[in-house]
Write a protein that binds this ligand. Structure first.
Ligand SMILES: Cc1ncc(COP(=O)(O)O)c(C=O)c1O
Length: 394
């Protein structure tokens, strides 16, 4: 029998999805499972976007340009202009979600064996993509005690193989929103050591104590070294459309990324038609979305603060809450909630946080909670977590 490649065999399982079979079994046995393990917003995709599918008039769903269809690209250029970023046409490639943009970013900025510095814990799929491409993901440790903000000093993490810093801002899974001073510090470090800065800004609007997160593209120090990974998945509750973009102000990176984009032919046609409708949304769209998520954040945070032995920091953005639990191994606890525990026929699925860390052994007693359900269900879910902890710890 032929055998699987090492990189295929060694690719990490998604910490978000790997316990899904247990959740399915719990549901089959009649239990209701509150899913707080995955960042899938429950909010309706705006009606004007859904209507685009019904109104689609083409008789052939054809390939389009590799960089994206003109209409959708224009919507994106206008959106970036509203953020104070004027893009040249070659600087943007429409992608199959931010996931493809992450892949393009790592494939064009780093060679096999090169190192990428990333605040730890991180969005778990960076580890998967980096591993497959042969990049070394080097953690910049952050912790609940400092709200998962960046250390003052980055020099200690530098090696001769460091090629880039990847910063997710606002951050998944920690909810940290890096201040302009922190971003500036990262940029100064990148300028000093001639590194790329890759910024994952898919949660740009989800900032609860301010307005919108400033894009790295708007900093003068980022010129020629920035790659932004972006997505409409969270912004418009469009996860299943699989639509996002890759933006860079480095011409060589743009040229290299376009070659890879041409190899996969074109981004999804129907998703671009749907996503183009973003230009028709009312100007207060994000105000309402943010208000809802801010309230959810408060519901979850305040409930967790009241649970004995739980350590949390109030998230500033995105829609995730990290929590250190009074257990030795959070994955065992999550499994327990899905297999043994229930109250009133209900239980909760959380994401064990160890899989979000690059540092071996880190985060074993932590979970990530995605506050993607309405407040009443969140409050119920937090009560279930408290009950489960009580029972689990005897
Ligand atoms: C930080 C971050 N980057 C990228 C992605 C991937 O997004 P997309 O659905 O656009 O592929 C996610 C999805 O959860 C994410 O949280």
């Amino acid at each position: 029998m032929p055998i699987v490649s090492k990189r295929g065999a060694q690719a990490p399982s998604s910490p978000i999805r790997k316990l899904v079979p247990l959740a399915n079994a719990a549901r089959t046995s009649g239990r209701r499972v509150h899913h707080l393990n995955i960042g899938q917003p429950d909010m309706e995709t705006p009606a004007v976007m859904r209507a685009a599918l019904a109104e689609y008039g083409e008789t052939v769903i054809a390939y389009g340009p590799s960089g994206g269809d003109v209409e959708f690209r224009n919507v994106l250029f206008e959106y970036y202009r509203s953020l104070g970023v004027d893009l040249q046409p070659h600087e943007l490639i429409v992608t199959t979600g931010a996931s493809e943009a992450v892949h393009l970013a790592l494939a064009t900025c780093l060679d096999h064996g090169d190192e990428l510095l990333v605040p730890d814990p991180m969005y778990a799929n960076y580890l998967g993509y980096g591993g497959v491409l042969g990049n070394r993901i080097c953690p910049i440790p952050t912790s609940v005690e400092t709200g998962y903000h960046l250390p003052e000093e980055l020099e200690a993490f530098l090696t001769p193989r460091t090629r880039a810093v990847l910063m997710c801002n606002p951050a998944n899974p920690t909810g940290a929103v890096y201040s302009e001073e922190e971003v500036q510090r990262v940029l100064d470090f990148c300028v000093k050591h001639d590194l790329f800065v890759i910024a994952d800004e898919v949660y740009r609007e989800f900032v609860y104590d301010g307005d919108v997160c400033r894009s790295v593209l708007s900093y003068p120090e980022a010129v020629g070294r920035a790659v932004v990974v972006d997505s409409l998945s969270k912004r418009y509750s469009l996860c299943g459309a699989r639509i996002g973009c890759f933006v860079t102000n480095n011409e060589e990176i743009a040229t290299a990324a376009m070659k890879l984009a041409q190899a996969r032919l074109s981004p999804p046609a129907l998703a671009q038609v749907v996503a183009s409708r973003a230009s028709r949304l009312p100007s207060d769209y994000f105000t309402r979305v943010k208000r809802e998520y801010r309230q959810r954040r408060d519901t979850v945070y305040e409930a967790l603060v009241g649970i004995p032995g739980v350590t949390v920091h109030r998230p500033e953005g995105a829609f995730y809450q990290m929590a250190r639990l009074p257990v030795e191994d959070a994955e065992t606890f999550v499994r327990y909630m899905l297999t043994e525990f229930h109250r009133d026929g209900q239980t909760v699925m959380l994401a064990p946080a160890a899989g979000f860390y690059a540092a071996p052994g880190a985060g074993r007693d932590e979970v990530r909670i995605a506050y993607v359900l309405e407040q009443e269900k969140l409050a119920q879910a937090m009560w279930l977590v408290e009950e489960a902890l009580d029972q689990f710890n005897g």
